[in-house]
Ligand binder design. Structure first.
Ligand code: HEC
Length: 111
């Protein structure tokens, strides 16, 4: 009986982990590719309105890439913004940034 409970618990845990993985794809991409320079993703996302993020992420994130490719300070990110890993993730990144934009209603209460 004990083993059964343990199996059920592990199955539930795995299911919810997979669900979160789908929901937070954009956040994960942010943590992997942006956090080292920009810090917390929700703070960065909250620095712009939804419309601004949508514009910035238009055309496979063209504008966001340009901001970095035109900045000498952002040089360590150039190989990333020129890679397919970036264009593959721009939709997820946009979802994440728009979800936590300043006018999204999702901004933590301490703001
Ligand atoms: C190597 C460090 C580095 C990485 C990695 C990096 N950035 Fe940046 N980012 C910068 C720098 C430096 C600037 C400022 C460019 C300038 O204005 O000269 C910048 C600018 C920006 C801006 C513009 C802010 C504004 O007000 O217009 C946004 C938005 C941004 N980054 C988001 C991101 C996102 C999202 C990622 C991940 C996909 C990312 N950055 C990855 C260094 C980085």
């Amino acid at each position: 009986m004990r083993t059964l409970y343990a199996t059920v618990a592990i199955t539930l845990l795995t299911a919810s982990t997979l669900l979160n993985a789908a929901v937070y794809k954009g956040q994960k991409a942010y943590i992997e590719s942006c956090k080292e320079c920009h810090g917390g993703g929700q703070a960065l996302a909250g620095s712009k309105k939804q419309r601004a993020w949508i514009k910035m992420m238009d055309n496979n994130g063209e504008k966001l890439a340009q901001v970095h490719l035109n900045s000498k300070k952002a040089e360590p990110s150039w190989s990333y913004f020129n890679s397919r890993a970036y264009t593959k993730n721009t939709k997820h990144l946009e979802d994440f940034l728009v979800d936590y934009a300043s006018d999204s209603g999702n901004v933590p209460a301490c703001n």
